[in-house]
Design a protein around this ligand. Structure first.
Ligand SMILES: Cc1cc2nc3c(=O)[nH]c(=O)nc-3n(C[C@H](O)[C@H](O)[C@H](O)COP(=O)(O)O)c2cc1C
Length: 175
């Protein structure tokens, strides 16, 4: 089973990308997670290039989503919302049916005490517009994330590890 991971952070050493890697280690052996690495090569969304002259990076994104049985998005919160690069990527999918009923898990990790609560509040309606299917238990806000992983990105907090495992189990059960 192919699972596509999308990190909303372009930062080298991103905690959200590290959470995705931790999720990959929790997947059953029948599933493998590939993290999409082309978010920063997507041009700004333009309706004029949505169906004709579709940019190469957008084609790659759409193909990766199309080939995945499920998607896991893990994103930081920027200015109480989701990063522009992630919203841009999702906008490039609005005219497609790629997310239609696609099982999807949404995670937002932040070093703050509220986690990425407001990013999640902004992400979920966008995913609803795309008609993605978020099974029960497949959205997760992780607060104080830097205290919950070590320098190598290993999750060192048992509660966080369990919450991620539950999310993985729910998503897999749906696939
Ligand atoms: C432009 C910018 C805006 C941010 N806004 C928020 C915010 O609204 N809420 C929050 O909890 N953290 C905010 N942060 C802090 C990020 O959560 C933190 O940098 C986080 O580690 C980014 O995720 P990453 O490690 O995956 O890159 C912001 C960071 C940046 C660079």
């Amino acid at each position: 089973m192919n699972i596509l991971g999308i990190s909303g952070s372009l930062r080298v050493g991103s905690t959200n990308a590290q959470v995705l890697q931790a999720v990959a280690r929790l997947l059953p052996s029948s599933a493998q997670l590939t993290i999409f690495d082309g978010l920063d090569s997507l041009p700004h969304f333009s309706p004029e290039r949505d169906t004709d002259n579709v940019p190469e990076g957008v084609r790659a994104l759409r193909e990766a989503i199309g080939q995945a049985q499920a998607v896991i998005i893990c994103t930081p919160e920027y200015a109480f919302g989701i990063p522009g690069v992630l919203k841009n990527a999702l906008d490039w999918c609005v005219s497609t049916v790629l997310f239609d009923q696609k099982p999807l898990a949404a995670i937002s990790a932040s070093p703050g005490y509220a986690g990425g609560e407001r990013a999640m509040a902004s992400l979920l309606p966008t995913l609803m517009a795309l008609n993605a299917h978020i099974p029960t238990g497949c959205s997760l806000v992780l607060s104080s994330i830097r205290n919950k992983m070590d320098a190598s990105g290993e999750i060192i907090d048992a509660g966080t590890e369990q919450a991620l495992q539950r999310l993985v189990n729910e998503l897999m059960a749906f696939c």
